[in-house]
Design a protein around this ligand. Sequence first.
Ligand code: ADP
Ligand code: MG
Length: 368
Amino acid sequence: MPEDSVKVAVRVRPFNQREKDRHSKLIIGMQGNMTTIKNPDAPGEEPKKFSFDYSYWSHDGYITREDGIMEAKPGNQYATQRKVFEDLGQGVLDNAFEGYNCSLFAYGQTGSGKSYSMVGYGPNKGIVPITCDELFKTISENKDTNKRFEITFSMLEIYNEQVRDLLAKDNPKGGLQVRQNPKLGMFYVQDLKKVPVGSYAEIEMRMEQGTSNRTVASTNMNATSSRAHTVVTIVFDQIFINENGEETKKSSTMNLVDLAGSERADSTGATGDRLKEGANINRSLSALGNVISALADASEKKKVVVPYRESILTKLLQNALGGNSKTVMIAALSPADINYDETLSTLRYADRAKKIKNQAVINENPMD
Ligand code: ADP
Ligand code: MG
């Protein structure tokens, strides 16, 4: 079966106000596909080097237009939302049309730019909305009358190891149940709402609805940032009718995941309930780390058991990691010396993820 590595991208954002107030120094460098990080406590030391499939310099060299859209200053390297979409989102879209499952997930500490890349803010729309917009644009160009499209949208969050449906008015106490399909072996969320959508505007409306239902708990790191993992799933079906009236279906599941902050609980000053959340977030993320490590070992032909069952996140991402999916991970980086430890750990995490091999297949079947 053809194997496909997980594609890994890194993106470094501008200094935020807190970093500016503390006169932070830039410790990240990018040249071609190489990303470097300097240890601020060891100025004489060679910077550590990493290489990734894509690296995006979004630290400086931009102007903000009157309409709020950030653009590269002439002659500068600033990577815009559009650029990131063209590299990562367009690939997801192309694969979806071919009938592959696709996953895109963003990793990094709170405030590093995960949501900016995935969803975006205001006019600077991220990969998810642009991809959805382009999906419907491409569909509207279809002239083939023997082909129709069905799209469903769902949105959930994993918070304290419980699943909440972000499109539902109420969620059961203790969250929705995660079950395993006995035939296919895949995990799924029981009773999760999957709403049919017929236009980009409908998706946009559902995303807003879902976003407003998120659990928002503040930490010292970032007052508005969610401590939950957010998963948007779009199922894209293309139904073909042949001359005998028989139907076949190409189906692609797209998972778009904005992970909770990867920082350790102690670095955010969390105590009490917040600390419990931190511990659970770390359980899900450390389970993700264990799965990534196991898959990296598997790629070196070591015999391993991949511990998907350790957390809800890894159960739901099973296909995305080492399974039937084309997967992209975007690691969001702070540019500042004060975040050195967390940024280095993000780079190491991303480095391991490069080794994961998936076996994506086209999902094409007669209609049942
Ligand atoms: P996270 O989701 O990782 O907690 P956010 O995406 O909310 O972080 O980003 C934190 C802040 O940094 C936001 O104010 C966002 O607008 C800004 N930011 C993040 N990435 C970029 C970028 N590539 N270019 C410009 N601003 C960014
Ligand atoms: Mg966020």
